[in-house]
Design a protein around this ligand. Structure first.
Ligand code: ATP
Ligand code: MG
Length: 396
């Protein structure tokens, strides 16, 4: 996959629309270093037009020495002879005008072809064993999408990981709009492909954001019924081979699609608020997850709007649900404000206490990735009965 180095987020958003799904965006050479250190080989590094020429040339020179199979595509606002000369000396094979999205895409395709010619076709196979994190609540409006989107951005911050959000609120999904994106494709176009679906098809359906990729929900509610549970499972199985984290924004119900997503889930963030109906339904949801042996030991209770003074305290919720609050988020106008402006709070106000809490949550869940579960509930062995096996969690 390519990496885009661009410091201006508006430019990054525009450029990433012409790059393959899963393209990672980093802001500078230091973040690029960090990203490349944790990843396998990338076939192209696209250096955006707002990275200074000196920094761009330095990036290219280092890559030329350390990763000769990775091509650099240099984008410039002005294509002067000096730029071409310096690029040539640094071994940059492609210099493209900043606004020439087609030229950039073509250069990236050439880089991929060269890379495959050198490495062989097998390199296209995803080799990740990414983690599926499902954000769930049986109640609507409690903050699932807010949590899913901000968590995804926090997980991928500064090139730490490649992240994909799957909008599994198949009737009323709003992940794309939350990120101010209008998807050209949705999961609906994968209907009927269960048997032969692979990443090369799936990646054409992803919508790119500067921070992550998104598999958008159908644009109309009736599309939901055409998405089979088997397709949901297949999609998650494929995405986890390509992304470090797949964050699922689940619908507020235990429908078949959501249950099958749970069967692929490694970590579940249960979102609750301080109101009696939500707590009652969350308790029922936990009992259902228990009965089906889904994500035992990997459930994390997130109490949203935890400072609301409504007569029910976080301690009451913990004792009713018999699980600790792993993360508490306050009510903050800034959260809704950021969402309404299409720049989730983690992105628009990284210093805000709510953003810091999302970063902590991301840290906890990525720690859990390395076996340091933040849940106090122990893992239980897989149950054998038929009903339980049907949704049996994929164990890692
Ligand atoms: N901690 C918070 N402080 C202030 N506003 C919040 C907070 N969390 C969520 N909101 C706002 O509450 C509204 C509902 O949040 P969100 O859309 O994330 O909920 P949801 O559970 O995904 O809803 P649905 O079930 O309809 O998909 C949004 O306007 C969001 O900005
Ligand atoms: Mg939602």
């Amino acid at each position: 996959m390519p990496v885009l180095v661009e410091s201006d987020s508006a430019w990054a958003t525009a450029l990433v629309s012409g790059l393959p799904a899963g393209t990672q965006v980093v802001a500078n050479a230091a973040q690029l270093d960090n990203w490349l250190m944790h990843q396998g080989e990338e076939y192209a590094v696209v250096v955006g037009p707002n990275i200074g020429l000196e920094e761009a040339i330095s990036i290219a020179s280092v890559l030329h020495r350390t990763r000769p199979t990775t091509d650099v595509v240099l984008l410039r606002h002005e294509l002067s002879s000096d730029v071409f000369q310096q690029a040539m000396r640094a071994g940059i094979p492609a210099v493209v005008g900043a606004a020439d999205i087609d030229g950039m895409s073509a250069a990236v395709v050439r880089a991929r072809q060269t890379w495959e010619a050198i490495k062989g076709p097998d390199v296209q196979r995803g080799d990740k064993d990414g983690k599926v994190i499902t954000v769930f609540s049986p109640k609507g409006g409690v903050g699932k999408t807010t949590v899913a989107v901000n968590l995804a951005i926090a997980l991928g911050a500064n090139g730490a990981a490649r992240v994909c959000i799957v909008d599994l609120d198949l009737a009323f999904g709003d992940v794309a709009i939350t990120l101010q994106l209008i998807p050209e494709h949705t999961v609906l176009e994968a209907v009927g492909t269960e048997e032969h679906l692979d990443f090369s098809l799936l990646e054409t359906l992803l919508t790119r954001h500067e921070t992550c990729s998104i598999l958008a929900a159908p644009t109309h509610p009736e599309g939901k019924d055409r998405i089979s549970p088997g397709l949901v499972r297949r999609v998650l199985q494929i995405l986890r081979t390509q992304f470090d984290y797949v964050v699922v924004d689940a619908a507020p119900s235990f429908d078949d699609q959501v249950l099958h997503a749970f069967a692929e889930t490694n970590e579940c963030v249960l979102v609750a608020t301080l109101d009696v109906p939500t707590v009652k339904n969350t308790k029922l949801a936990i009992e259902t997850l228990d009965a089906l042996d889904l994500v035992p030991g990997n459930r994390h209770l997130l109490l949203n709007r935890a400072d609301d003074e409504v007569g029910l305290s976080p301690a009451n919720v913990e004792s009713l649900l018999k699980m600790p609050v792993a993360v508490a988020l306050p009510s903050a106008l800034a959260v809704a404000n950021a969402t309404n402006h299409g720049r989730p709070i983690v992105l628009s106000r990284p210093e805000h206490p709510v953003s810091r809490t999302f970063v902590q949550l991301a840290g906890m869940l990525s720690g859990a990735r390395d076996g340091k579960s933040v849940s106090t509930a122990p893992n239980r062995p897989i149950e054998e009965p038929e009903q339980k096996r049907r949704f049996g969690r994929r164990r890692k």
